[in-house]
Design a protein around this ligand. Sequence first.
Ligand code: ATP
Ligand code: BTN
Length: 236
Amino acid sequence: MERIIGRKLITLDEVGSTNEYAKRIAQDVPEGTVVVAKRQTAGRGRRGRNWTSPEGGLWMSVVLKPPRVDPRLVFVGALAVVDTLADFGIESGIKWPNDVWAGGRKISGILTEGKAGEYSILGIGLNVNNAIPEELRENAVSMVQFTGRELPLDAVLERLLFHLGGWYRVFLERPDLLMAKVRERAFILGKAVTVTEDDERISGIALDILDDGSLLMGIDGQLRRILYGDVSLRFF
Ligand code: ATP
Ligand code: BTN
């Protein structure tokens, strides 16, 4: 079967952000082009937050051209990361909407960006061998902390591209199955959470993740649907 994701690989020693780079070249490269950088000097999370990206981690972005911009693309990244971690013996789960956690800490973050009718960028940051800076240590973790030995980055990338290819196909053909897997892998369900959306804080129980990617919360006996977007989720 032809492999779309990773059929063209651009490797850089240093870049501001692979997402920004991917956006700049998106129009001129085939779907599935991957940009990987050894380090990013201006790695970003959502809402312009910093993403710490020193050498030793996997910082990459995929240029995709799906038929429409779909917020569920983020879950292609999250599921592929969970499967890649499992290949290296690390158990992890999805923290809706865009993180992967292992051992109670964040090991990976996904940032999707798109321009309707033109391209979608799927950016993935995965802490592999990189040291976690002091100020993030309580909340962030690297693969090497689980394995006890450094991992070859090219092998981790290879597994990630393989799983991205598989989940991207499921996303295009059977998004309902993609979301069924997300529900299985999401460790937030049944937990008390606070979601911050703009300036509003909403506290309740995370009940379900619906087929459109939104989160269903139970708040004092009422149901409320939180759309995927710039929302932050915390456990109380
Ligand atoms: P949170 O991850 O705290 O729920 P969020 O998902 O709302 O926050 P994002 O903008 O998606 O926030 O992620 C950026 C956040 O990730 C930063 O604010 C920082 O706390 C954290 N972070 C930055 N670099 C790393 C890294 N290499 N590994 C893990 N976490 C990181
Ligand atoms: C998050 O948790 O908010 C998402 C972080 C996404 C980080 C990755 S690293 C590769 C790509 N380039 C960026 O600048 N961000 C994403």
